[in-house]
Design a protein around this ligand. Structure first.
Ligand code: NAD
Length: 294
């Protein structure tokens, strides 16, 4: 059993703290919302009047807050964690924040000899409630091992992202994909609806192709990530299909901003002589562009 402070008892934090309690730990919570604190008490936790009070006499302090500014305030401002946290305690920030802020917080804590783990959370509050979250951990190895049994109470997948700050970076990379795909998904389904197709059938079809399975688990490992640009499906043909979709969407008056941007990238690939390459060669093109402009 460990004494753990949990700062930020919102959609995610409240459930995560509840799973720590279920794991046999004593969890003292703090949140600016009284309702959140009451819910934490109903879950078997205790509460305190400030973040500083919560952090006193604990060996682990967890922050699960909306953004980097609030994380920094809750740690370093008056009444913040820094006033009471023990020098041998571990601070685990599980919020999604800018990686530069993660580095800044780690540096300030290190100046006091306090270790930090960045462990942002994958999946949503549904999995947080079930204790099946995924954690992207950036930490020194021994700090990860200290955090591991705590994280295991709250999730089922713990991924060492490769050292301090890498969890925070991984989370932002991951969310670039999920947030962008969300918009693309909404646009594609709007287009599908406008063509008059049955939505469930559209989901079924796309669930069986790279559309729904995702390029990262299908076409990319099969081709470009192996350095193979021989066409399984040519860029010229992919662009032909995208052009048909954009024409049809124009007729149906469905705006498709992301596919319109994608079309420009395919055009650039064709202009660069890549029309006969595999469609995943778009990644090869972007990598070369980045290297030549560096
Ligand atoms: P939330 O808004 O539901 O919870 C944040 C909590 O922090 C609230 O209860 C709020 O009252 C509290 N808070 C605000 N300022 C505070 C302060 N100064 N001191 C103490 N408490 C304070 O947000 P959430 O969905 O729980 O997300 C928390 C973090 O986790 C965010 O960084 C979010 O991006 C990330 N995240 C969310 C999800 C999700 O599915 N909701 C998934 C993964 C990661």
């Amino acid at each position: 059993m460990m004494n753990i402070a949990f700062i930020g008892l919102g959609n995610m934090g409240l459930s995560m703290a509840a799973n720590l309690i279920k794991g046999g730990h004593a969890v003292v919570g703090f949140d600016v919302s009284k309702d959140a604190m009451n819910s934490h008490v109903a879950n078997g936790g205790s509460v305190s009047a400030t973040a500083a009070e919560a952090a006193a006499n604990t060996s682990i302090v967890i922050t699960m807050l909306p953004n980097g500014t609030i994380v920094k305030e809750s740690i370093f401002d008056e009444g913040g964690v820094h006033e009471t946290i023990a020098n041998d305690a571990l601070l685990i920030d599980m919020s999604t924040i800018h990686p530069n802020e993660t580095d800044e917080i780690r540096k300030k804590l290190a100046a006091r000899g306090i270790a930090m783990v960045d462990a942002p959370v994958g999946r949503t509050s549904v999995e947080a409630r079930a204790g099946t979250s995924l954690f992207m951990v950036g930490a020194e190895k021994h700090d990860l091992e200290t955090a591991r049994p705590i994280l295991e109470c709250m999730g089922d997948t713990i991924i060492d992202c490769g050292g301090p700050g890498t969890g925070s970076r991984m989370k932002i990379v991951n969310n670039l994909m999920t947030t962008s795909l969300n918009v693309l998904t909404a646009q594609v389904l709007s287009f599908s609806d406008a063509t008059g197709l049955d939505r469930d059938l559209a989901l079924k079809v796309m669930g069986g192709t790279a559309a729904g399975k995702g390029h990262m688990s299908t076409t990319y490992p099969a081709k470009v990530l192996k350095g193979d640009l021989e066409p399984a499906f040519m860029i010229d043909l992919a662009k032909k299909d995208l052009d048909i979709a954009l024409q049809l969407a124009g007729d149906l008056e469905v705006p498709l901003s992301l596919p319109t941007q994608a079309e420009k990238v395919y055009l650039t690939a064709q202009e660069g002589g890549r029309g006969g390459q595999d469609w995943t060669a778009i990644y090869d093109m972007l990598q070369r562009d980045q290297r030549s402009s560096a």
